[in-house]
Write a protein of this length. Structure first.
Length: 160
C-alpha cells in the first residue's frame, strides 16, 4: 500500500490508520524509555520534552483508534502492521543521541500524516467516516508533530 496513490476503500484507510497507531506506539515507547533513562536533576528540560512527547503520542494513538472504531472495515492483525512500520519507517533502528532519535521520530510521524492527508485529499472515495472529521483529526495530529519537530530542533540548537 502506498500513500502516493489516492485511497480507494475503508479497508485501505483503516490499514493506514492502524499504521499510524503503531507508529505512535513506537514513538511513545521510545520517548518513555529515553525519559526514564534521563536524570531529571541533570537534564530536566530533556526529560520534560520526552515525557511530553510520550504523552502526546498516547493521545494521538487514542484519537486514531477512535477513527478506526468508527470505520466499518476489517482491520489488519497488529503483528502485520508492526512489521510494515518497522520496514517502512525503521522503527527498530537505534539512533545516535536521544534528541536525534526524538527528532527522527517526530519527523517520521509528521511525514506519515502529511502523506496520509494528501492521499485522502486525492481520493474521491466516500469513506464510512465523516471526511471533514477525519481530515481535522489528522491535520491536528500533523500540526502537533510539526510543533514537536520545532521543540526538539530548538533544544538541539540551544545545546550547540
Amino acid at each position: 500500500m502506498s500513500l502516493t496513490q489516492p485511497l480507494a476503500s475503508d479497508h485501505q484507510l483503516a490499514r493506514l490508520l492502524q499504521i499510524g497507531i503503531v507508529l505512535e506506539e513506537v514513538i511513545e515507547a521510545r520517548a518513555a524509555k529515553h525519559a526514564a533513562e534521563t536524570d531529571a536533576e541533570l537534564d530536566a528540560e530533556l526529560r520534560d520534552l520526552l515525557e511530553g512527547a510520550s504523552a502526546e503520542s498516547a493521545d494521538h494513538r487514542r484519537r486514531l483508534e477512535a477513527l478506526v472504531d468508527d470505520l466499518d472495515a476489517d482491520t489488519v492483525p497488529f503483528e502485520e502492521i508492526q512489521m510494515l512500520v518497522e520496514a517502512q519507517y525503521e522503527a527498530d533502528e537505534d539512533f545516535d543521541g536521544v534528541l536525534y532519535d526524538q527528532l527522527c521520530n517526530e519527523e517520521t510521524a509528521y511525514k506519515f500524516y502529511d502523506d496520509l492527508i494528501g492521499a485522502i485529499a486525492a481520493s474521491e472515495t466516500s469513506f464510512g467516516i465523516d471526511r471533514k472529521r477525519l481530515v481535522d483529526v489528522l491535520t491536528t495530529i500533523r500540526e502537533e508533530e510539526a510543533a514537536g519537530v520545532e521543540d526538539v530542533t530548538e533544544l538541539m540548537e540551544a545545546r550547540q
